[in-house]
Design a protein around this ligand. Structure first.
Ligand SMILES: [Cu+2]
Length: 147
């Protein structure tokens, strides 16, 4: 019982500080024709006291924009849509190759390296971002940033 009270107190305290998201290092993976799909990677930081979720991304560069995750299915990596991506209070979430990503399906025009494209991100705390995202060789970058 005491534990429950304490928990309730902790939750109400955390509630005093809303979630606050910052967006860092967004990039769109460069792909060449005939590929019609690509992905956006970005680091989402939540410096607030409440979890915040990315609930939607939009752009005019493709027919559809979806939030995706990678899963193992019968020894095979597959991706599938998710409703949201949760950025925990006080931590960050990295969208990266092989993991969570924002998927562009059906590119309307060929991509050009280093060109920037406008992408909007929407979070469930009401935050919205309009980003000018550079098109980069993401796979090459990954080798440099290996942890
Ligand atoms: Cu995907």
């Amino acid at each position: 019982m005491k534990y429950l009270l304490l928990l309730a107190l902790l939750i109400s305290c955390a509630g005093d500080k809303p979630g606050f998201v910052q967006v860092d290092d967004p990039k769109i993976k460069f792909v060449e024709e005939p590929m019609k799909n690509t992905a956006l990677f970005v680091v989402l930081k939540n410096s607030g006291g409440k979890d915040v979720s990315l609930v939607k991304a939009s752009s005019t560069i493709s027919e559809a924009v979806e939030l995706h995750e990678m899963i193992m299915d019968g020894g095979e990596m597959k991706m599938r849509p998710v409703d949201k991506m949760v950025v925990k209070a006080g931590s960050s979430l990295e969208l990266k190759p092989g993991g969570l990503h924002i998927m562009f399906i059906g590119l309307k025009e060929p991509l050009q390296l280093d060109e920037k494209k406008t992408v909007q991100l929407f979070f469930d705390n009401g935050q919205e971002f309009t980003l000018e995202v550079p098109i980069q060789n993401v796979d090459k970058d990954m080798h440099h940033h290996h942890h």
